[in-house]
Ligand binder design. Structure first.
Ligand code: UD1
Length: 427
């Protein structure tokens, strides 16, 4: 079993270059299936993440050829003709739901297994299915699988909630539909803009992404092209919070600072010094931080749910009492019992966490149950006194590339260990 061994208590400092966003790369890889020409797609500087590997396995199973050239991915999708996503691969990565849109758009049919709940709570897909039906798909759900078929026609779809995945799925489904589609109350996350820009590079005609109404004018087919996705705002935010929780100073470079406005505002409120450059943010913090009275996650430009666990970890060491309200994924508090094992004082009531700041955390054996919970535990371990052991790190490595190596360069004492547990953590 693999784990991280962390000897906490050191302030981290230095500069981190941020790579491509996982949550952009995954839909972009799915969208590549819409290219039915023999031209190649080059995705530049794609990090080697667990989720990216899982999505590549799915594309390969569907008939695509995917190769690596240095940090770039090369995709040939002309031969894709399989409309069924294998159950095992579907389970490996829940985001595979958004293969429905491109496969249906390209082949006129798709079959996937039903994605059940996951560690951060139930993840319904009603908005995806209702939207596809609006585009003319006939959907049948039986024996745990969902089958959709039909030639799609443009339509107006108003989402009941600005779901990121549903917006992406419906954008992809309508790219090659007959006529125009309008998605109202669309998600406004930067990853949606990224998907629009990628699809337009391949010949799609999409406008409005980044705002609440997206228009997609149907085209006959897509071609190849070269694209580099936005930097990962969540990874960048995680490193800034590593500076905060350890009382250090970290610069994240190669980012779009406005993607992190919600976080940088809160960090300033909590007393950290935040310096914003053209493509970088520096955060330096002296502990203890001030508590934050009320943090509420929400759709972009609100505070991202994907940074809630890491911020919550930082608030365990703030002076005073903070409240964090999780409004996006209501069950997303699996990090709380683990943080309590490290001495954090947190009360949970429904989707609200009340964090009473403590003077110190102490190292412990903790388990990552999902990606961002794992990131939060790693941050807490970096700040804690004494050694910590974090298991379940395959979750963390779905979305963070070479995390121990990068943290070590910032001055952390962290090792990735496999096999039998070592008794002493030394370096
Ligand atoms: C994406 C991100 C995830 C992030 C989330 C919110 C990817 C691969 N994942 O997930 O990291 O935490 O956005 O920013 O990009 N909902 C429904 N019905 C649906 C779809 C969603 O009720 O059909 C609900 C969900 O249960 C949840 C909320 O809408 O409460 C937000 O979900 P959504 O925006 O769809 O998140 P994902 O696309 O799954």
């Amino acid at each position: 079993m693999e784990r991280y061994l962390v000897q906490g208590g050191l302030p981290l400092s230095g500069t981190v270059q941020i790579g491509g966003a996982k949550n952009s790369i995954l839909p972009v890889l799915a969208a590549a299936l819409l290219n039915d020409s023999s031209e190649e797609i080059r995705l530049r500087k794609v990090p080697a993440l667990g989720d990216v590997r899982a999505m590549i396995s799915i594309l390969t199973c569907l008939g695509a050829q995917v190769g690596r050239e240095g940090e770039d991915l090369l995709l040939q999708t002309a031969a894709v003709d399989c409309d069924q996503v294998p159950d095992l691969l579907m389970r490996e990565m829940r985001s595979s739901i958004f293969l429905m849109g491109p496969l249906l758009g390209r082949l006129g049919r798709v079959r996937i297994s039903y994605p059940g709940g996951c560690a951060i709570g139930l993840r319904p897909i009603n908005l995806h299915l209702e939207g596809l039906q609006k585009l003319g798909a006939v959907i049948e759900e039986k024996n745990g699988s969902i089958e959709a078929r039909g030639r799609l026609r443009g339509s107006k779809i108003t989402l009941a909630y600005p779901s990121v995945g549903a917006t992406e799925n419906l954008m992809m489904a309508s790219v090659c539909a007959r006529g125009s589609t309008v998605i109202a109350n669309a998600a406004c996350e930067p990853e949606i803009t990224d998907l629009q820009n990628f699809l337009n590079t391949l010949g799609a005609r999409i406008s409005g992404a980044g705002g609440p109404e997206i228009t997609i004018r149907g085209v006959r087919g897509l071609h190849g092209g070269s694209y580099r996705v936005f930097p990962d705002r969540i990874v960048a935010g995680t490193f800034l919070l590593a500076a905060v929780i350890t009382g250090g100073c970290i610069t994240v470079e190669g980012i779009v600072p406005e993607h992190l406005t919600a976080l940088s505002g809160l960090l300033e409120q909590a007393g950290a010094a935040v310096e914003i450059g053209a493509a970088a943010i520096t955060v330096s913090a002296k502990r203890p931080l001030r508590a934050l009275q009320r943090v509420r996650t929400g759709p972009y430009p609100g505070f991202p749910t994907d940074l809630q666990p890491q911020l919550l970890a930082a608030l365990t060491l703030a002076r005073g009492s903070s409240t964090v309200i999780e409004h996006v994924f209501k069950g997303r508090f699996h990090h709380v019992p683990e943080l309590r094992r490290m001495g954090a004082k947190i009360d949970l009531s429904g989707h609200r966490a009340i964090i009473r700041g403590v003077d110190r955390l102490s190292g412990a054996e903790v388990k990552a149950t999902d990606l961002r919970a794992g990131a939060a535990l790693t941050l807490a371990a970096l700040a804690a006194e004494g050694p910590s052991r974090i298991t379940g790190i395959s979750h963390i490595e779905r979305g963070y590339e070479r995390l121990p190596e990068t943290l070590s360069l910032l001055g952390a004492r962290i090792l990735r260990e496999r096999g039998a547990p070592e008794e002493v953590l030394s370096r």
